[in-house]
Design a protein around this ligand. Structure first.
Ligand code: PBG
Length: 324
């Protein structure tokens, strides 16, 4: 049999020709870098479950943000480790809370960097859930949680946050936050909604990083079942209806089909969160010599981008930006 005239390998022979026909390109502009802020000063403490990531005190997080901006990464997303936790997560919406202080310091000290804040209660509640618990039960009470989430978002924006990102998965939280922001003159602040957030085992390392493991039960009563994709379309549609400006799928690599469908069915910018477990698995396998961590990093980021996310929240942001 004759060889077909149409041969695919012609365009794969050298890096130059491969790079010319490449369909998906990564840029540092695609990345959002997560950072963990803790009390104290002069602190840069490595998170053991996420090598290469740290708890930073406010003074040092500013330095870190300068480095992030210098690499061409447009945004960071902040998570806080409060001094104390309580039943209603009051550290999340305190004007002098850890994240609020970090925002002010970063905004005062770094130019050319967007500060996004994760809006959730789980790092601030003594029970570790993302909302308040209905008295006498072990259930998260939806509507009272909305007020506290809205208060948190307003306090972040008041401190200078550029974008707020609710990650709690309560019903109606985007509408509640939008309304609270609008009524205080912050109608220009976008909401990046964790719209399709799954109850995933891949958040494991983050719960050490943010000290936010639930003290009883789990998050399956509010985060999504990993088996569902049509439900994800409903969640995204609802968040858009309520006023979301950017919609996120989380985790990323195990949910590439969900990213692709959100991209296809909606017309808003799409973000994806390559979560702590996705990061730590690659780092661990690299350490054991089981695969090339650098290539695994680039391949997974490219795949998330190819699926349709223009923004990727990733702990690899700095490492990948250095290679690009
Ligand atoms: C807070 C929140 C979590 C993550 C981001 N925001 C933890 C959770 O839902 O348990 C996970 C991020 C990661 O694993 O990297 N609700």
């Amino acid at each position: 049999m004759a060889f077909p005239a149409n041969r695919s390998r012609r365009l794969r022979r050298t890096e130059l020709i491969r790079s010319m026909v490449r369909e998906t390109r990564l840029s540092p502009k695609n990345f959002i870098y997560p950072l963990f802020v803790c009390p104290g000063s002069g602190i840069k403490r490595e998170i053991s479950s996420m090598p290469g990531n740290y708890h930073f005190s406010v003074d040092l997080v500013v330095e870190e943000c300068r480095e992030v901006a210098a690499l061409g990464i447009p945004a960071v997303i902040l998570f806080g480790l409060p001094e104390a936790k309580d039943e209603s997560g009051s550290g999340a919406y305190a004007d002098d809370g850890i994240v609020q202080r970090a925002i002010r310091a970063i905004k005062a000290g770094v130019t050319n960097l967007l500060v996004i804040t994760d809006v959730c209660l789980c790092e601030y509640t003594s029970h570790g859930h993302c909302g308040v618990i209905a008295p006498g039960t072990e259930e998260v009470d939806n509507d009272p949680s909305l007020d506290l989430l809205a208060r948190s978002a307003v306090s972040h924006v008041r401190a200078g946050a550029d974008i707020v990102a609710p990650s709690d998965m309560m019903d109606g939280r985007v509408a509640a936050i939008r309304k609270a922001l609008d009524s205080r003159g912050f109608s220009q602040t976008p909401i990046l909604a964790y719209a399709a957030k799954y109850a995933s085992v891949f958040y494991g390392p983050f719960r050490e990083a943010a000290e936010s493991a639930p003290q009883f039960g789990d998050r399956r009563a509010y985060q999504m079942d990993p088996a569902n994709v049509r439900e994800a379309m409903r969640e995204v549609a609802l968040d858009i209806q309520e006023g979301a400006d950017i919609v996120m799928v989380k985790p990323a690599l195990p949910f590439l089909d969900v990213i692709a469908r959100v991209r296809r069915e909606f017309r808003l910018p799409v973000a994806a969160y390559q979560v702590s477990g996705e990061y730590s698995m690659i780092r661990a396998a690299d350490r054991l010599g089981w695969l090339d961590g650098q290539r695994a990093m680039m391949e997974s980021l490219t795949s998330i981008r190819r699926a349709g996310a223009e923004m990727i929240l990733t702990y690899f942001a700095k490492d990948a930006a250095r290679l690009l």
